[in-house]
Design a protein around this ligand. Sequence first.
Ligand code: HEM
Length: 243
Amino acid sequence: MATVIYAVLFYSATLALVGGLGLRVWQYAGTPAPLRIPTTPAPITRGGAALRVGREVVLFQSLFKSNKWIWLFGWVFHVTLAAVLLRHLRYFLQPVPAFVAVIQPFGTLLGMIMVGALAALFARRILVDRVRYISGPSDYLMLALILAIGLSGLTLNFVARTDIVETKAFFLGLMLFDWRPLPTDPALLVHLALVAALMIVFPFSKLLHAPGVFFSPSRYQADNTRERRHAPPARLEAAVRRG
Ligand code: HEM
């Protein structure tokens, strides 16, 4: 029974994540950006602007400039999350690639650092008056959801281990449409239900900042207004004339 429920759940969640994200990216890519509004000082070439977006994605450069503590916890959270997710590829790939195998011994440490950084970000929302004032339910919900995923993952490591060979067989089976039984250990079922919930809410949530950073005019635009003429696209001009 759990196998069928989780199989349907993960097919639906994958559809929601891939379809929802695809739709968002489609909308972002089709939204006109008629004005030059790079945050200055900005690179004056397109290559320089691409590098700037790269530094934003890898180093969180503008966050570093604005607040060192949020940068520290935010950056550490994202880097450990990326490593934890890469480590999880072993459940979906057979044979397991060398770069995934190399990360395995650090899994629990990475998971603990990730949960610690998330807890610090959560504490900031509750303890700093200014931040609490501007925090909405979704800010807490996303933090709580990812925190709960991390904690249930660590429970699987330290408290209630599950059969990871069967877990892998289930997910490989899902991808090949050849269903295999899923272990029914409560900690695994909780971990997976939370992951499916995250996949479903992702395209409707603030977590869209992940693809969004690539579509941010203040970051990706080059400051070349003195070198090039920037006329609005014809369809935008036509829309303005129509009123
Ligand atoms: C369908 C996707 C997923 C599956 C099948 C899965 C499965 C598992 C399993 C079986 C463990 C225990 C590992 C062990 O005993 O060695 C684990 C641990 C963990 N999971 Fe997941 N998980 C999934 C998605 C996620 C996601 C999206 C996150 C983060 C947002 C996450 C975070 C963690 C953490 C932090 C741990 C503990 C550290 C580690 O073992 O890497 N998991 N997961």
